[in-house]
Design a protein around this ligand. Structure first.
Ligand code: 2NE
Length: 270
């Protein structure tokens, strides 16, 4: 039973239940295209889920059966980004992508209908993607005068291979759920009516496992593709684990007690 935490949001629904947070883009009239406010609210919900100790896994999805997300709302696209109500131009979805990548909890895309353009990149960078049979995938950038040369290009190539990634971007075709499964773009395909049930089953299985092991693995996978920022995440987790040891705490304690640290009592592992 989902508990509703959407109160402060306009474009997003936010629910929690039994260790799972669910962030839903709620703009079905435009196939869940995002405007700057949508992205801002998704970032806020994601931050809440990250800092909520009871949450172990996060679902990202779109309202209705027709679309996960159709990318940036072209109606508010200005000359240098997407316009907010004050007229300021943003590409803040790139910040959201980084937030999803660096969130130490698994993020799962639950996809019914279209995942297109910037909406396709959003599912791509989630840790896992679960697709309904009616899901359709693709990029449109070169058709509408846009592109995502960040994760949208290089991370896509690491997921589906260089040839396929170039095909997806250069031809702007749409791919059905089975084709997406065949190229490793999604983890599984299920009948539409089972989409949420199956996604929750995957979440429950993840929730049975060690949070630190999952956290370390996510940052280890990121380290392989995210350069210095990926290494920083993995290293940050190492620091966290070191802080949890007596050896790490001896340094802190000695400093606070104004004495010389005694590291001699700790074994030097081979
Ligand atoms: C998603 C897709 C394929 C769905 O097609 P269909 O036939 O199911 O629906 P339809 O009739 O095209 O769309 C329904 C309504 O939603 C609006 C449409 O204009 C239409 O509105 P009305 O005519 O009923 O008033 N709508 C859909 N997507 C929208 C969008 N992105 N912005 C504003 N309104 C949208 C089909 O709708 C489609 O191809 N949509 C456009 C996909 C697209 O090109 N997205 C932008 C890519 S660029 C991007 O996202 C981006 C980036 O590349 C880099 C950084 C940040 C963002």
């Amino acid at each position: 039973d989902w508990q509703d935490h959407s109160d402060s949001f306009q474009d997003v629904l936010y629910h929690k239940a039994e260790g799972i947070a669910k962030i839903t883009i709620n703009r079905p009239q435009v196939r869940n295209a995002f405007r700057p406010l949508t992205v801002k609210e998704m970032q806020q919900a994601l931050a809440d889920a990250r800092f909520d100790e009871n949450i172990g896994v996060i679902i990202l999805t779109g309202q209705g059966d027709l679309a996960f997300c159709s990318g940036g709302d072209q109606r508010v696209r200005g000359d240098s980004g997407y316009k907010d109500d004050q007229g300021v131009h943003h590409l803040n979805v790139l910040d959201l992508q980084k937030d999803i990548r660096s969130c130490p909890k698994p993020v799962i895309a639950m996809i019914a209908g279209y995942a297109i353009g910037g909406g396709h990149v959003l599912h791509l960078i989630c840790d896992l993607s679960i697709a309904a049979e009616n899901a359709r995938f693709g990029q449109t950038g070169p058709k509408v005068g846009s592109f995502d040369g960040g994760f949208g290009a290089s991370y896509m190539a690491s997921v589906v291979g260089q040839k396929k990634a170039r095909e997806i971007w250069f031809l702007c075709r749409q791919y059905n759920a089975q084709e997406a499964l065949d190229m490793g773009l999604v983890n599984t395909v299920v009948p539409l009516e089972q989409l949420e049930q199956e996604t929750v089953a995957w979440c429950r299985q993840i929730l049975e496992h060690s949070p630190i092991a999952l956290r370390m693995l996510k940052s280890a996978f990121n380290a392989g593709t995210d350069g210095q920022a990926g290494i920083q995440e993995l290293a940050g987790n190492s620091t966290m684990l070191f802080y949890m040891t007596e050896e790490g705490q001896e340094g802190r304690n000695a400093y606070l007690e104004k004495r010389k640290p005694d590291f001699g009592k700790f074994r030097r592992q081979p």
